[in-house]
Design a protein around this ligand. Structure first.
Ligand code: GDP
Length: 309
């Protein structure tokens, strides 16, 4: 991820190094190169525009000062603005004053929600919490058993409807008896209270594309369990589509934070660089592989340093 963006940005900034002073034309040329590099990396156009405008304004106004030569000053400005579009500070989970803290996961099918549920459970367990995973993805065949497997690996309990239960949901398209995910979510919270789990992670169904039924179901679960955090799970490989998906989830369900998955892939990184600016919501966690330990809190400054090499 970010390899080509990183190469282009560091190359462009390196070209400035020999210069004792930077003219307006030097800054314009540099900004043009940065703009192209960002667009090629699939960063959303409004994000590119505001980023370049800020760099230009700050670079032109920069005083030749102290220890930094002009080229170093531009690098510093680009770094600071990158940290800015990635969210500035790391945003931590807000735990509820009265447990359980309810964390709901939302996102498209295949974005990595179920895997994330296990990762988050393992990470929380490592911090002394006692999470309960609640299986409300009753749409995707195998999602419930997958959650049970990741829960077991993470050492966390899983609450799932018993096979064959039907709580008013009727049969789904697979001919299986379907429970109502909203009811399962409610029961999951009651189970967490009864068994004194201090965090509940609610996995929800995702479709391959955005649809109203999916949004309605997620909104129903949200209203029933009043989550403290709603994490929108975004596959970083999805390129320009990521922005559209994020906006649709923001309008349909709303979320308090973003989890970027598949950052280990070779995507161009535009989703990572756009989602915070477009939605105004912080990127809170990063998932970097299929194993449960391939997961960490998201640090905007570390990501910016990685991009600038
Ligand atoms: P869900 O449909 O949103 O629940 O998605 P899953 O959790 O089932 O993940 C879909 C696929 O992506 C699975 O094959 C996961 O192993 C894989 N996956 C999830 N997160 C990551 C990640 O960070 N990196 C990589 N390389 N694969 C991931």
């Amino acid at each position: 991820m970010f390899e080509s963006l990183s190469d282009r940005l560091t190359g462009t900034l390196k070209d400035l190094r020999g210069k004792g002073r930077l003219s307006g034309a030097d800054i314009d040329a540099t900004c043009r190169e940065i703009r192209l590099a960002l667009l090629e990396a699939d960063v959303a156009l409004p994000v590119v525009r505001s980023f370049i405008a800020k760099i230009k304004e700050r670079a032109k106004g920069a005083e030749v000062s102290g220890a930094l030569n002009p080229a170093q000053q531009v690098v510093k400005i680009v770094n600071e603005e990158l940290v800015g579009i990635l969210g500035g500070e790391t945003r931590r989970i807000q735990f509820a004053k009265n447990p359980p803290t309810v964390i709901m996961l939302a996102g498209l099918q295949g974005s990595g929600k179920t895997t994330l549920a296990g990762k988050l459970a393992k990470w929380l367990t490592g911090q002394g919490h006692t999470p309960l995973l609640v299986a409300c993805d009753l749409q995707r065949p195998g999602a419930v058993s997958q959650l049970k497997i990741v829960g077991e690996r993470a050492g966390a309990a899983v609450f799932a409807p018993h096979p064959g239960t039907s709580i008013g949901g009727g049969d789904n398209e697979l001919g299986q008896s379907a429970a109502d995910p909203v009811e399962v979510a409610r029961q999951g919270i009651a189970e967490a209270r009864a068994k004194q789990h201090d965090v509940v992670i609610v996995d929800t169904a995702g479709r391959l594309g955005i649809d109203e039924e999916l949004m309605g179901q997620a909104a129903g679960i949200r209203d029933a369990v009043q989550p403290d955090e709603i994490l929108f799970v975004l596959d970083a490989m999805t390129g320009q589509d990521a922005v559209h998906t994020a906006e649709a989830f923001q309008a349909g369900v709303g979320f308090t934070g973003v989890v970027l998955t598949k950052l280990d892939g070779d995507a161009r990184g535009g989703a990572a660089l756009s989602v915070r600016e477009i939605t105004g919501r912080p990127i809170m966690f990063a998932s970097t592989g299929e194993k449960l330990e391939d997961f960490d809190v998201f640090h905007p400054d570390r990501m910016a340093s990685r991009i600038l090499g």
